[in-house]
Design a protein around this ligand. Structure first.
Ligand SMILES: Cc1cc2nc3c(=O)[nH]c(=O)nc-3n(C[C@H](O)[C@H](O)[C@H](O)COP(=O)(O)O)c2cc1C
Length: 174
């Protein structure tokens, strides 16, 4: 099978990361692949905030947990080593599509490099509240950028789950 198609079929979300860090060179390679995603009118508007330090991760984790309505102690990032927070400017008509495609590329690139990943939601709500905005300020992200998703990455000792059966009836042909 073609290597890219194989990766697309074999990538699975990880919900159990171990404590190994992802080397910077690997993170950079994943991000570069993310930034090569197709984008509306070639504007390349989506950005990636790389969150590796434990203090910032804890802030984002806690904010995400509260937005999600989970009890204290739950880690919505499942112990991931690094959070890649994808955002895009809301004044760009294709910002959600562009940011989502970056997310897709990030997850596939991670898989291709032997790194586990998962899309973690609520990035929009984070970027729209004071606490989240303060974190984005620390990274120098301009106002107007809305969170699309977090690509949480790391290594895992767990066997990836088998993919769910693909649902029937999702293709229409004449
Ligand atoms: C838009 C989007 C948001 C998601 N948010 C979460 C999330 O917050 N937490 C989580 O555990 N999984 C999240 N996921 C992962 C999905 O649950 C997962 O992709 C789906 O169950 C299919 O499994 P697979 O990725 O292993 O194929 C999200 C996926 C997408 C595309």
């Amino acid at each position: 099978m073609n290597e890219i198609i194989k990766a697309m079929k074999e990538r699975r979300s990880c919900r159990s990361f171990n404590s190994l860090p992802v080397p910077d060179a690997i993170i950079d390679e994943i991000i570069e692949a993310g930034l090569y995603a197709a984008n509306g009118r070639g504007t390349q508007c989506a950005v990636v905030v790389v969150v590796k330090d434990e203090e910032t991760k804890a802030k984002i984790r806690d904010l995400n947990r509260r937005i999600g309505g989970w009890d204290e102690g739950f880690d919505p990032f499942y112990g991931a080593a690094c959070y890649l927070w994808v955002l895009a400017p809301k004044d760009n008509p294709t910002y959600i599509y562009d940011g989502s495609l970056v997310m897709g590329n990030l997850m596939l690139a991670a898989h291709a490099l032997g790194v586990s990943s998962i899309w973690i939601h609520r990035a929009k709500e984070e970027s729209e509240c004071e606490e989240g905005r303060a974190i984005l300020d620390e990274f120098g992200v301009p106002e107007g950028y809305v969170g699309i998703g977090h690509c949480a990455i790391g290594y895992s000792d767990a066997e990836p789950a088998a993919p769910a059966q693909r649902k029937e009836g999702r293709v229409f042909k004449k």
